[in-house]
Each structure stands twice: as structure tokens, then as C-alpha cells.
Design a binder for this molecule. Structure first.
Ligand SMILES: Cc1ncc(COP(=O)(O)OP(=O)(O)O)c(N)n1
Ligand SMILES: Cc1ncsc1CCOP(=O)(O)O
Ligand SMILES: [Mg+2]
Length: 217
């Protein structure tokens, strides 16, 4: 699947641990109906066995395929290959991005987390298609996320990059603060709880789409 920055507009991330009271398959279907543009399967610290993880991943992957939504796997290039994912997202403490690029080949999507301009430049050199910058705000979805760096940090990376490059903001983003991330120069926002923990995931995704679209640049 070829990649464009517009696919980052509303990037939904989820594993079964993020929606303990709902079926992740339902949540993804509702999120797609609400307007998400990209999905990342992030099964982390969950109760699932490896074979349950593969089975859930296969189901979520199939739903994304039916709706033409890029399906990205968090951290694990091996799982991405098993699931025939469209790509992989890795952070600074994961398998080096350059090695992941070698494993998945030139055509798959590679996302890399970056908190500052040095990490952003390295990610681009290593073959990233986009960078995820965060945490923008306080988050309860990732215990080791560290302190927020706020949209100002994203804006600073955007301004220091020599060329336009796809950037998605992540961490503590809701329909109320999404405009700050977009106004800082993000191509989109990535969220877990704003959709996965919502009572009505479809309505939650719609509210995020509206917030993104109403941002004045
Ligand atoms: C789009 C996006 N951006 C950043 C991250 C965070 O990745 P990482 O720092 O490796 O943390 P974990 O998600 O692995 O806990 C992401 N997953 N997606
Ligand atoms: C995976 C990740 N990486 C940085 S913050 C974060 C968690 C985002 O979750 P939420 O949207 O619920 O704050
Ligand atoms: Mg990671």
C-alpha cells in the first residue's frame, strides 16, 4: 500500500488491553464508521497468548483491508509479516528502524517515534515514512510515556526539518485539544483512549474528525 501524509489524519491505535469492556473488533468497526484513516494494532501488556494475539490481529487486519485502512503493527516486525500488515511502528527503544526497514522491504509503511529534531532526522535517514511525536499531553495509556512535550515540540521539529515530512502527534489527545496539535503543524493525530475508551467509539471518532477539520491554520 502506498503511503501519503493524509492517511495520518485520524490514526487510531488499539489492543485488547485498551477496551476491556468492549470487543476490540466492534470498536475498530465503529471507529472506521466514524472516520479513522489509519489503524495500529498495539497489543501490549495484555492477557492474550501469542496465538490469541495472532488470531485477533488477523481479524482486525481483515476489517482494515475491507475498508482500505492501512493496518500497522506496533513494535513487532515478525507479527507484521505474519499478518501481512501494511507496516510497522517502532520507538526509540525498539528494534532499530533501519533494521526494520531492511526486514519489511521498501514498500511497507515504517513509522518511528521521535521527540526531538535529532531523532526525527535519524528516523528519516533510517527510512521512516512518518514520525510519531509525543506525548503531546498527559496520557494514561502508556505508563512509560514520560512527561508531555506539548505541541510546541512538534512545531519546533516541523520548523527545523528542511523538507515537508509526515508527522502525527500522539498522547493525551482529545476532541478538545486536537486543534492545538494540528495548529502546530501535524498532519494528523494518533489516539488510543479518546476512541477505545469512549462509550460510543463511532461518535468519538466523528467528534475527532470534526475537531481536526475545524482547525484554523
Ligand atoms: C503513531 C505512534 N507514535 C508513537 C508511538 C509510540 O511508540 P513507542 O515509543 O515505541 O511506544 P509503544 O507504543 O511501543 O509503547 C506509537 N506507538 N505510535
Ligand atoms: C502509544 C503512546 N505513545 C506516546 S503517548 C502514547 C499513548 C497514547 O494514548 P492516548 O491517546 O490514550 O493518550
Ligand atoms: Mg514501541
Amino acid at each position: 500500500m502506498s503511503f501519503t501524509a493524509t492517511q495520518l489524519r485520524l490514526y487510531f491505535i488499539m489492543g485488547s488491553q485498551d477496551c476491556p469492556d468492549q470487543d476490540p473488533i466492534d470498536v475498530l468497526e465503529q471507529a472506521i464508521a466514524g472516520g479513522i484513516t489509519m489503524f495500529q494494532f498495539r497489543e501490549k501488556n495484555s492477557d492474550l497468548t501469542l496465538s490469541e494475539t495472532v488470531a485477533l490481529g488477523r481479524h482486525l487486519r481483515e476489517i482494515c483491508r475491507q475498508h482500505n485502512i492501512p493496518f500497522i503493527v506496533n513494535d513487532r516486525a515478525d507479527l507484521a509479516l505474519i499478518l501481512d500488515a501494511d507496516g510497522v511502528h517502532v520507538g526509540q527503544e525498539d528494534m532499530p528502524a533501519r533494521e526494520v526497514r531492511r526486514l519489511i522491504g521498501p514498500d511497507k509503511i515504517l513509522g518511528v517515534s521521535a521527540e526531538n529534531i535529532a531523532e526525527a532526522r535519524q528516523a528519516i535517514e533510517d527510512g521512516a515514512d512518518y514520525i510519531g511525536v509525543g506525548p503531546m499531553f498527559l496520557t494514561s495509556s502508556k505508563a512509560d510515556a514520560g512527561f508531555p512535550i506539548y505541541p510546541e515540540a512538534l512545531q519546533s521539529i516541523r520548523e527545523q526539518l528542511e523538507e515537508p515530512f509526515p508527522i502525527v502527534g500522539i498522547g493525551g489527545i482529545t476532541a478538545s485539544n486536537a486543534h492545538k496539535v494540528m495548529a502546530a503543524g501535524a498532519d494528523g493525530i494518533a489516539v488510543i483512549s479518546a476512541i477505545a475508551k469512549a462509550e460510543d467509539p463511532k461518535q468519538a471518532a466523528e467528534a475527532l474528525v470534526q475537531a481536526i477539520n475545524s482547525t484554523k491554520m
